[in-house]
Design a protein around this ligand. Sequence first.
Ligand code: NI
Ligand code: MN
Length: 236
Amino acid sequence: MTASKQTRITWLGHATVLIQTPAGNNILIDPFIAQNPKYPKDFPLPSKIHTILLTHGHGDHMSDVVAVAKKHGSTVVAIFELAAYVGGKGVESTIGMNLGGTIQLEDVAATMVDARHSAGAQDEKGTHYVGVAAGFVLTIADGPVLYHAGDTTVFRDMELVRELYRPKVAMLPIGGHFSMGPKEAALAVRFIAPEIVLPIHFGTFPPLKGTPEQLAALVDSSVRVVAWKPGEAFTV
Ligand code: NI
Ligand code: MN
């Protein structure tokens, strides 16, 4: 595989991840930028973000969705109610979908999968129902299968993600408190059986104490747990 055929995955702190495919498709997952204490300082997003994927409606996953979508002319993909909600906030192009569905985004097939987490969206008028929390499996043409679990605890049906999609790379929350921590994530790794784990949703705030080292100590040594830092990229 040549460098030009590789998919680039950049961690922008918390659950915010930029995916850049070999065909030049730029996908941003869960944009949390201005208020994200771990967003890599002055990291320039590519000139075009084609698509923004939202796993759920919590502010630490979508507080910058309107700004990024407007600046880049991005289409926002989310569960049906959340897509409608951000449409009402000024995002012009949205695609609402639901669990088990797959949509084609140029060279990427994006499948919305289950997660176990709450999912209300909060604004000045209170808390709004915006569907349930989800994860995404991204099947990239001429590239790997990626799984971004969103916010979730471990659940046995992660085995279905393995059985259906065989992800090579799993982006899993490990911080604890608002999601699973290393103990639960280690079992998730057994259920999903990826080759590579990219930990997310840790270290952002003091309660999110889980670390990649703790996870690595609990999983089979054949699984690569990448101890990356915000702003670093992993190519696959
Ligand atoms: Ni959340
Ligand atoms: Mn979160």
